[in-house]
Design a protein around this ligand. Structure first.
Ligand SMILES: N[C@@H](CCC(=O)N[C@@H](CS)C(=O)NCC(=O)O)C(=O)O
Length: 225
């Protein structure tokens, strides 16, 4: 390897939306990288524990001698380091709002529409309705947009796309829940189709059947926790 050559490594997991979104960004920007897959449900490698001793979670991004956990931070770092095909808006308000929606989806939508739903003590119809109320905020935000940030794939498509259609929806499917029917969420479903048409994104989406089996395991674990 020459002295100037970049060393880029991602420690991720095939089923993790947090890892998938980082691969989406690397592929979109054409950054070559080595990938190490962690089967974190079974075992956490000494490398993962060493690189992310605080959270012990994937993904961890390694660029030369820099080590960075946390997918939102990794995406921002990638965007600022490899500036072709920008994924975040350039204007301060657009950037702040992209961060807002990304945080909302990871910190509110994901736990409330999945983990809490699996364990809910409410009537399931009521819990689903509450989950749909949250998702409706995304439906409204996405209305009329090809992608979340406009005409090209960007940060929000990676964060929200890796989470809602290509992770949570598979969990809802294995629980037999039709969470985002077309009649109720036409704009969300239109946007999902746009994502599925993109070759780079498609490459980063976990294989559906295998993923549903994985989500079954997660549902079982949440139930018995
Ligand atoms: N906030 C983190 C979340 C990462 C995360 O939750 N990763 C999961 C995989 S989907 C993990 O490593 N879980 C292992 C554990 O919870 O012990 C990010 O955005 O990167």
């Amino acid at each position: 390897m020459s002295e100037n050559e970049e060393r880029v490594k991602l420690i991720g997991s095939w089923a993790s939306p947090f890892s998938r979104r980082v691969e989406m960004a690397l592929k979109l920007k054409g950054v070559p990288y080595d990938y190490l897959d962690e089967d974190y449900l079974v075992h956490k490698s000494p490398l993962l524990l060493q690189l992310n001793p605080i959270y012990k979670k994937v993904p961890v991004f390694v660029h030369n001698d820099k080590i960075l956990p946390e997918s939102h931070l990794i995406l921002e770092y990638i965007d600022q380091t490899w500036t072709n095909n920008p994924i975040l808006p350039q204007d301060p308000y657009g950037k702040a709002m992209a961060r807002f929606w990304a945080k909302f989806v990871d910190e509110q939508v994901a736990p409330i529409t999945f983990k809490s739903l699996v364990k809910t003590e409410k009537r399931i119809e009521v819990a689903i309705e509450e989950a749909q109320e949250l998702i409706m905020f995304i439906e409204k935000e996405i209305t009329g947009k090809k992608f979340f940030g406009g005409e090209t794939i960007g940060f929000l498509d990676m964060v929200v796309g890796s989470m809602i259609p290509f992770c949570l929806a598979r969990g809802w499917e294995c629980m037999g829940i039709d969470m985002i029917p077309d009649e109720k969420f036409p704009e969300l479903n239109r946007w999902i189709k746009n994502l599925e048409e993109d070759e780079i994104l498609r490459e980063c989406i976990p294989h559906r059947e295998k993923h549903i089996e994985h989500m079954m395991i997660i549902v079982g674990r949440i139930k018995s926790a």
